[in-house]
Design a protein around this ligand. Sequence first.
Ligand SMILES: Nc1ncnc2c1ncn2[C@@H]1O[C@H](COP(=O)(O)OP(=O)(O)OP(=O)(O)O)[C@@H](O)[C@H]1O
Ligand SMILES: [Mg+2]
Length: 472
Amino acid sequence: MHSIQLSQVSFSFSGEAPVLDGVSFTIPSGVTALAGPNGAGKTTLMRLMMREISPQRGTVQWQGFNTFGWLPQSLGPAVQSSGQQKMRRLSTLFREADGALFLDEPETHLDAVNRAWLAAALRRHRGLVVIASHDPALLDSAGTILHTEMGRVTAYSMPFAGYQSMIAHEKEMRAAKVDHAEHELKKSQRERRVQLERQLRRSANAAAKAPLAGIPRIARGIMKRNAEATLGKIISKNRKRGDAEAQALHSLREERGRSCEYFFAVPVAAESFLEIDRLQIYRAENQTLWRRPLSFSAKRGEKLHIAGANGSGKSMLFKTICGQNELPHTGTIAHKTGEIRLMNSTHTGFDPAATPLMLALAEGIAGDAGSARRLLGAFGFPGDAVFRRFADLSAGEKMRLRILLIGKSPRPASVILSDEAETGLDTATRGLYAGFLNAFSGIVLAASHDAAFILSLDLTNRVVLDTNPVMG
Ligand SMILES: Nc1ncnc2c1ncn2[C@@H]1O[C@H](COP(=O)(O)OP(=O)(O)OP(=O)(O)O)[C@@H](O)[C@H]1O
Ligand SMILES: [Mg+2]
């Protein structure tokens, strides 16, 4: 029997808050899933389990195996489509695995048929498998779900639905606690204001009465000084407490801000339209990608679902519309004013060394660094997270940053091409992204294998890509 034992494991990237803080548990044979919000540390935890990185404190021990297979979160560029590439890797991994198996978001890019194959492969597999995932169906196939959040890991040995309602309940409890703390802070501030006013009145009265009471001048001076000293103490104590409270309130609000709805107002070019006329792409001479040339059009306010199995050329279509396709093609693409924005997970054109703050300023989402940092902070990049390298961000964080960049950009967009941009987003961010696409009043073309996500879009039409069965 294989197992992995973590004892008192702490890990943090230099100068950052810990990703894991004194975590202990044992992973048995069978399927264990890692779940939790984007950036919570699923990939980091997986790399620790593979002993690819070492914890600053604690130990990671393997029992019953000494090799492992690994499917990383993002694959390199290849001739094949991402889905096909991933399937090749997965089938080799399952066939050859004799140690542990680590799959980081294996569902990404897989169409419905391939997802079903993966679920079956997991059921059949004997041995230890760890999967990081945001896919309810995959999480449901695990014996245990390890939820990672804020440096802690909690095990849920129950079906996905049970896990989900427990997480939701805990979130509500946390929100209620924040509300209560805020209420208590306001109450104590009010009470201290009343106390201060009372003290002010009292010392004013004492000063007014003192000469009439026939008290010697020297004693009067002492009384006055005493009253002033008491007042001074109260004021300085209040100020210190006020500072601490302001600080506490600020961090409470920041915590809540992260779960707040965010409103985007992307400027949309007037008169936007997109017209694809008899488009055909050639994989090789005389070998067309699609059975028939592709024609469709869309105007402002329309949202189209671009459907098709793995390898049907959805990403190819999007790249062609953006003018990034190097394969020969015929037909025409007409488009009027405004920018075409491609949202995909390859992040082509993003400098790996650029920081969220640099990117936000370059996009012009705010006039100065202070307001840019406030926006970034409310969008999941608090404090020094704005200085991380783009390359170091988690997969979901990269996409979340890109949503903010487009959502707050002053440049008018006319078309958004969403190429599975929702995969890898946690539930909350995925909902926010769907809301953003629905609020966008230009044209949206969306390719996705996530049925629930597609259902959450206000679609007006669907284009099905029909590939030529001749494969190279
Ligand atoms: N080299 C680094 N320096 C600083 N921070 C880093 C570095 N690498 C990762 N991080 C941060 O550590 C946190 C955990 O990242 P990780 O990739 O483990 O998250 P994840 O749970 O896998 O997220 P996702 O669901 O998006 O894949 C993130 O906030 C990320 O920005
Ligand atoms: Mg990850």
